[in-house]
Design a protein around this ligand. Structure first.
Ligand SMILES: NC(=O)c1ccc[n+]([C@@H]2O[C@H](COP(=O)([O-])OP(=O)(O)OC[C@H]3O[C@@H](n4cnc5c(N)ncnc54)[C@H](O)[C@@H]3O)[C@@H](O)[C@H]2O)c1
Length: 333
């Protein structure tokens, strides 16, 4: 299902209209504090990844029931990727699925999580273990929300933005041309790249909504990234782990990547994050649970040149050796 996406620099009027058509709005405590007018009567959940759990999910479902939502009603997610993921899951479960609308308020949610209908909570120490595919009916992106973001949440969004820009030659060259601009938070460069990322992600999920093939390419950096994130107890933001994941996975498979492209990717990632220090054992244990794995092999989606991604399957023993080698390599580069 193609989601209707609307964006603009400040389209609060459109957001208010959309929210007025929803039977319930869910947001987090930070967004509620920063945007009280949009959060009136909203159900407020605690902020951050720790909220992506079964307690939050069931508190939303119980409130939907208590407020008498019907199958024809809509629910809105006003917030970052965490609010979107858990509200989307609640929407997909309530009465076997009701419509939902997303108003992303972080850079990460604008460039990535608002598109494609992946919903989830974390469970048993595994990131996104419980989830569904349930595309939102519409997405309304208003760039003015970026003005209140903390620096770490900009960095977080840059992680997924860089990942998506690796997917086509055009977006990759756009990223290279605008790297200094986005590091300087140049709004026009950021808006242009957000729109490019949405265009790419929408095209990918339209072609492969259930991640049977092409959509796996969106998982660049995510096998190691998710493993690092869970092993570190979610200390840094998701996007930072994605960038650490991209640089580590590339270093693990350096032998099959175009040399100039490899050097460029490592230097891009290093402008934003430092290489990981997490132990090989804990990363391997988490990587074993990755949803892309088949049999005993650990799967990595590897950018091998601008716009090219390979599905690389690595045996567990080889994974350990390559991860150790990558950590040493990244210290040198
Ligand atoms: N479903 C998908 O396709 C998909 C894709 C990528 C990431 N994700 C998920 O998204 C989550 C990360 O999303 P996130 O980085 O948006 O995290 P988040 O939702 O936790 O937001 C980060 C922080 O920013 C605050 N915030 C939100 N909007 C704000 C604003 N306008 N101004 C100031 N502060 C604001 C939040 O309260 C929170 O403290 C992860 O759980 C990740 O797994 C999902």
């Amino acid at each position: 299902m193609t989601t209707n996406v609307m964006y603009g620099k400040n389209i609060v009027g459109d957001i208010e209209n959309a929210l007025s058509l929803c039977a319930m709005v869910v947001t987090d405590e930070n967004v509620a504090r920063l945007y009280p007018e949009l959060s009136k009567n909203a159900f407020i959940i605690p902020a951050g990844e720790k909220s992506k759990n079964q307690q939050t999910l069931f508190s939303i479902l119980e409130t939907m029931g208590a407020r008498g939502l019907k199958r024809t009603d809509k629910i809105a997610a006003l917030g970052g990727g965490v609010v979107g993921d858990v509200v989307g899951l609640a929407a997909s479960l309530y009465m076997r699925g009701i419509a939902w609308v997303v108003i992303p308020t972080t850079l990460l949610a604008m460039v990535d999580s608002c598109i494609g209908g992946k919903t989830a909570i974390d469970y048993g120490g595994v990131k996104n273990l419980i989830g569904t595919f349930h595309a939102p009916e519409s997405v309304i992106i208003s760039y003015h929300f970026l003005e209140t973001l903390y620096e770490e949440d900009w960095l977080c969004g840059y992680g997924e933005m860089i990942k998506t820009c690796l997917l086509t030659e055009k977006s990759y060259s756009m990223l290279i041309d605008n790297l200094d601009n986005i590091i300087a938070y140049d709004r026009d460069a950021v808006y242009a790249l957000i729109e490019k990322c949405i265009e790419i992600k929408q095209a990918v999920v339209d072609a492969d909504p259930k991640e049977n093939g092409l959509r796996k390419n969106l998982n660049i950096g995510h096998t190691v990234g998710h493993a690092l994130e869970a092993a570190d107890g979610y200390k840094s933001t998701h996007g930072e782990y994605v960038l650490k994941g991209i640089m580590t996975e590339c270093a693990m498979c350096k032998d099959i990547i175009d040399k100039d492209f490899y050097n460029q990717i490592i230097s891009i990632c290093k402008r934003f994050v430092t290489p990981p220090r997490t132990s090989t054992k804990s990363v391997k244990e988490r990587a074993l649970h990755d949803k892309k794995n088949e049999g005993d092999m650990i799967t990595i989606m590897l950018p091998t040149a601008a716009g090219e991604v390979s599905n690389v399957r690595i045996a567990q023993s080889d994974f350990i050796e390559r991860y150790d080698g990558a950590i040493k390599e990244l210290k040198k580069v």
